[in-house]
Ligand binder design. Structure first.
Ligand SMILES: Cc1cc2nc3c(=O)[nH]c(=O)nc-3n(C[C@H](O)[C@H](O)[C@H](O)COP(=O)(O)OP(=O)(O)OC[C@H]3O[C@@H](n4cnc5c(N)ncnc54)[C@H](O)[C@@H]3O)c2cc1C
Length: 213
């Protein structure tokens, strides 16, 4: 494939330098695009990859998100189970877990503010009806054990409510297996990683046209 990226005001030399053959063109410099590029280059180190970003910096959800490395809370999982079969819901849970695990292997923890903070789901008057029964929580924990091998992934932690400065809260569920990360640092670390592949050709522009010939 030949990719030609040519804002109207490019000179002959800019066109000559920046128009390249690419083995893979990725649209979007978010977590998905960058990890796809890194994976491709890990398997084909001599390949040429172009990543095209419409923003002057990565401008999608990957730098704007909350930075929670979480895989589905009990309330969310129970809600998912209303619409999808059990195998599908926990297969997705495992994919999220494995995805974060892969990211942890790819990047150094300090490079993206990785903090194993644990996570909580709070149940107040507004969502009290979503609080799982003991049986439901046991079933969720059993399925999580089957897919990622961790026992008692979620625990009821009502006795900790006041410790966290929370008031008028009927229930709290905690897990030790969620973390926090800095999403901007994560994207910067992934960009640094992809630049490490010297044959890769990386571009991003606020405005461009792409011709496929
Ligand atoms: C408010 C918010 C909070 C969130 N909180 C969390 C959280 O705590 N934990 C969690 O795991 N997930 C969270 N998410 C979800 C997570 O951020 C996204 O699932 C993830 O970032 C998606 O990554 P992506 O690479 O697919 O998309 P993006 O990060 O959106 O990347 C797409 C990129 O493509 C670019 N682009 C789009 N169209 C074009 C085009 N035509 N040409 C060139 N470039 C283009 C965009 O500018 C962007 O940079 C949150 C999302 C939001 C919105």
């Amino acid at each position: 494939m030949h990719l030609s990226i040519h804002p109207n005001n490019w000179s002959y030399w800019e066109r000559k330098s920046f128009s390249r053959e690419a083995d893979l063109a990725i649209i979007g410099c978010g977590i998905v695009g960058l990890n796809a590029g890194i994976r491709f280059l890990e398997n084909s180190p001599k390949a040429k990859v172009i990543i095209l970003e419409r923003g002057l910096s990565p401008d999608g959800a990957s730098t704007k998100n909350a930075g929670f490395a979480c895989f589905g809370s009990p309330g969310e999982l129970l809600d998912d189970l209303k619409n999808a079969p059990l195998e599908e819901v926990f297969a997705l849970f495992k994919r999220r877990y494995d995805g974060i695990f892969a990211l942890r292997k790819r990047l150094d923890a300090e490079d993206f503010g990785w903090t194993p903070s644990g996570g909580f789901e709070i149940f107040n008057e507004a969502n009290l009806q979503d609080f799982p029964s003991i049986n439901q929580l046991e079933e969720i924990n059993r399925e999580i054990y089957k897919c990622i091998g961790i026992h008692d992934y979620f625990q009821i932690a009502d006795e900790e409510i006041s410790e966290h400065g929370l008031i008028n809260l009927p229930h709290l569920i905690k897990t030790q297996h969620e973390s926090l990360l800095n999403p901007v640092k994560m994207i910067q670390a992934l960009i640094k990683k992809i630049l490490f592949f010297r044959r890769k050709y990386f571009l991003w522009y606020g405005c461009y046209t792409v011709d496929r010939r």
